[in-house]
Design a protein around this ligand. Structure first.
Ligand code: AMP
Length: 430
């Protein structure tokens, strides 16, 4: 026997039955972004490796350890995108968008790739929904972006998600904080985990978001970035908080929030869920301001703020909520005899054209087996089509949740089904 080939570790298949919750999240995102005037952008899955090295940063875990990098047949170093901000920025620069409009608001959704250690809510191919606003440096833009996320989570019905905010300052004030932090962490080197001892050399800010309890204790007693902000950065952060107040958005200031990427300046934020289903993967999304990145990538000096949310984690939370997202058929058409099979097929086709969701067993078979299938399908009604129905043009809609059959003319099925009040969904047979 040939050996079976499995999917790649950490990369999941999404099958019917599960995909519906993903579609619900995606369509809710599209609706919300539309309301806020964000247009969709789709960039390739693969980019020049240098794009991520120069924007995300060589010292980050993402670029240093987790990228899927390969050489193509032309000898170029390419990488599967590990995140969406850098590709969107690359496209923004390449298409000279800043020459066409002063402010652009984009969103994207799709798969990202990181070679990570897997656990619940952490995969090697995962999906993100993200948004970027280019051209506005004002705190109102940061607040508006957080508002989209808040309204999106509300629309999904997800509660118990807390917005954490912080400011990392800018080139003017961050060096002093950085120096103080390194001095402090060096003094506490022995108390840090092995990973953090390495981070201390390469990317000391990362020590602040280590999950290790000892490292957290060290970080908690360390210097507070907010005390190092220069006046313009302080004013920006204060105004952001005022704007969040205007929008009625609740938040907590968390001076240890740094995020793992190098490109942030001033505002950073995260949405953190308190649900056991996520284990330690409790951050459902986050982002921040990156006013220097465009210029660093050879583009115009355009300020920007963005964020990304992990779809996989949102889906885990929604599944815990126990809601069903699968749309059940309006009607199951069963045929009573072989001779009605063609007409059943044609009736199903016509009713689908008229907008009904119709299930029909293309295998035919006994009426009993078709009725079993009808039960399992969760359809609202079943219509049995036999010789008698075909000659009289009259049939019956059998409500699968129980109750009296409804007489129906075969040329008026769609309207009759639509006119029936929704009963409780039948429980599909196991
Ligand atoms: P980041 O780009 O690391 O800030 O991630 C933004 C969001 O994407 C996180 O809050 C997660 O919800 C999601 N995410 C990041 N990495 C993974 C992963 N390996 N698996 C699943 N979701 C992820």
């Amino acid at each position: 026997m040939s050996q079976k080939i499995n999917g790649v570790k950490g990369m999941n298949d999404l099958l019917p039955g599960e995909i519906e919750v993903w579609q619900f999240v995606e369509s809710t995102a599209r609706t919300l972004f539309g309301r806020f005037g964000y247009g969709e952008v789709r960039t390739p899955m693969v980019e020049d490796t240098a794009l991520f090295v120069r924007s995300v940063g060589e010292e980050t875990d993402i670029v240093g350890k987790e990228m899927y990098t390969f050489e193509d047949k032309g000898g170029r170093s390419l990488s599967l995108r590990p995140e969406g901000t850098a590709p969107a920025a690359r496209a923004y620069i390449e298409h000279s968008v800043s020459n066409q409009e002063p402010v652009s608001r984009w969103f994207y959704m799709g798969p990202m790739f990181r070679y990570e250690r897997m656990k619940t809510g952490r995969y090697r191919q995962f999906s993100q929904i993200g948004a970027e606003a280019y051209g506005a440096k004002e705190p109102a833009q940061d607040a508006e972006l957080m508002d989209v996320v808040v309204q999106f989570l509300e629309a999904l019905g997800l509660k118990d998600v807390t917005l954490n905010i912080n400011s990392l300052g800018d080139d003017n004030c961050r060096p002093a904080y950085h120096a103080k932090l390194v001095e402090y962490l060096n003094a506490h080197r022995e108390e840090l985990c092995a990973d953090c001892q390495q981070r201390l050399e390469r990317n000391p800010l990362r020590v602040l978001d280590c999950k290790n309890e000892k490292c957290q204790a060290v970080a908690a007693a360390g210097p507070n970035v907010l005390e190092f902000l220069c006046e313009p950065c302080r004013a920006h952060f204060t105004d952001l908080q005022r704007k969040l107040g205007v929008l009625g958005i609740r938040y907590v200031v968390n001076h240890r929030l740094v995020r793992g990427l190098d490109y942030y300046t001033r505002t950073v934020f995260e949405f953190i869920a308190s649900h056991p289903a996520l284990g330690t993967a409790s951050t459902v999304g986050g982002g921040g301001r990156y006013d220097k990145m465009m210029k660093g990538l050879g583009g115009p000096d355009v300020p920007a703020v963005g964020y990304a949310m992990g779809l996989d984690r949102l889906v885990l939370l929604l599944k815990e909520g126990g809601k069903t997202f699968t749309q059940r058929p309006d009607l199951f058409i069963a045929v009573a005899d072989e001779g009605s099979q063609d007409e059943g097929l044609a009736l199903a086709s016509r009713l689908r054209r008229e907008g009904l969701k119709v299930d029909f067993d293309t295998r035919g078979g006994s009426l009993k087996s078709q009725m079993k299938r009808a039960d399992k399908s969760g359809a609202r009604f079943t219509l049995v089509l036999g010789e008698q129905e075909r000659t009289s043009g009259q049939a019956k809609l059998k409500p699968m949740a129980g109750g009296e059959p409804v007489p129906v003319a075969l040329d008026n099925v769609a309207a009759t089904v639509r006119a029936q009040p929704e009963a409780a969904a039948p429980v599909p047979a196991a």
